[in-house]
Design a binder for this molecule. Structure first.
Ligand SMILES: [Mg+2]
Length: 389
């Protein structure tokens, strides 16, 4: 049997709004929302705990947030400042192990197994991390300690805010048993009813359920779901793949159903995705299209390519195929997004040795170099020319 691991999941509490409340004492104890202004289109990026009491949460349209909590203070937010704070937090985490996987601006996993000898138990490390974060940034974090990533994330969420929760291997089945199945990563609002149909409501129900029947219904996904229900997760903490996906989206001032206008938006967004992929030195194997309709329902569609790409033309082409498939008849679109996932390191050296063999690559890179020198607006590819007016 493999030796038991100690994984920590560190999650800052209401990060953006906590930074604002720290720096502006007059906002403390008040509902604060960071995101789009309430009279504009766009969504809530973060809500303080005071605002959450009114039902406000992130990803909700700001207008809805305003309806629920008109007394909230709405702020655009200072994302450069949040990045700086995030970097201070990540530096504290790296004092305990180099194996830190940053999942988002305010969240990370630590592989702490090898750190135990130096720093004590997982719980002691968690306590010390919380102390240093508070001392250095004046902010609170919630930390989960567990034998794997799934349980560590679950644990950090259980005692929020300013929480510390340990799930030991011998307790995991008992801890999981009463929880609703929605707590299993991957089971969301859409898939939950499919489990309810099978009489599965709690993770305990899932623990007892025969995996063969799950396979018949959910295919290869069944084994992963069953493993999670049993508290098993062998995913590694991956410190180097910091970038998991690159995406870009835009909310229209007015809903758009005109296909030409949507295609222009897709090309523009794909262009930005391509530039960022190349800047990061990665290529994407999966192209994602995100659509939010006029009625706020949101969907994402993905297509996986036979070969990874950082070419915006190719990304746009695939995103357009996905869009045409969803828009067989016109329907008002509120938000559209294009992304690249499943990122692989680009074989840059090979490209250099192989000059001229791929003109489009060279063209993209030359364009990036010009943009870097003269700014994005100076250079537009043919397909984007209509935007320059
Ligand atoms: Mg958080």
């Amino acid at each position: 049997m493999a030796t038991s691991r100690t994984i920590l999941h560190v999650d800052m509490d209401a990060f953006f709004t906590s930074v604002e409340q720290r720096d502006r004492p007059e906002l403390r104890g008040k509902p604060v929302v960071v995101g789009a202004p309430p009279d504009k289109r766009g969504v809530v990026a973060a809500a303080s705990y005071e605002a959450r009491k009114f039902g406000v949460h992130s990803a909700m349209p700001s207008r809805t947030a305003y309806r629920l909590c008109p007394q909230a203070v709405f702020l655009r937010g200072d994302h450069a400042k949040y990045s700086r704070e995030s970097e201070r937090v990540m530096m504290i985490l790296r004092q305990f192990t180099p194996l830190v996987e940053q999942v988002s601006v305010d969240e990370a996993y630590l592989e702490a197994t090898a750190s135990l000898q130096l720093f004590g138990t997982g719980e002691q490390i968690a306590r010390e991390i919380k102390r240093r974060i508070r001392e250095t940034t004046g902010l609170t974090a919630s930390v989960g300690v567990a034998p794997n990533k799934f349980l560590a994330k679950l644990a950090s969420d259980m005692r929020k805010p300013d929480g510390l929760m340990v799930i030991r291997d011998e307790d995991k089945l008992d801890v999981l048993r009463p929880l609703p199945i929605g707590r299993v990563a991957g089971i969301g609002k859409k898939t939950e009813p499919m489990f309810h149909d099978l009489g599965i409501h709690t993770i305990g129900d899932l623990q007892r359920f025969p995996v063969e029947t799950l396979r018949a219904r959910f295919g290869v996904w069944a084994d992963e779901i069953k493993a999670r229900a049993l508290g098993e997760d062998d995913r590694l903490v991956e410190p180097y793949s910091e970038t998991k996906s690159i995406s870009n989206e835009t909310t229209f001032e007015k809903d758009v159903s005109n296909m030409d206008a949507l295609e222009r938006a897709v090309r523009e967004l794909a262009g930005e995705v391509g530039r960022r992929l190349r800047a990061e030195g990665v290529r994407s194997r999966t192209v994602q299209l995100k659509l939010r309709w006029g009625d706020f329902t949101t969907l994402t569609r993905r297509a996986t390519l036979p070969e990874a790409t950082d070419d915006e033309g190719r990304i746009a082409e695939v995103a357009m195929q996905l869009l045409r498939h969803e828009l067989s008849e016109p329907r008002p679109v509120r938000l559209i997004g294009v992304g690249g996932q499943n990122l692989l390191r680009s074989p840059r050296q090979l490209d250099l040795l192989d000059r001229g063999s791929n003109r489009r690559d060279d063209l993209n890179r030359a364009a990036d170099a010009v943009r870097a020198r003269f700014g994005a607006k100076k250079l537009r590819r043919g397909g984007e020319l209509q935007e320059t007016a």
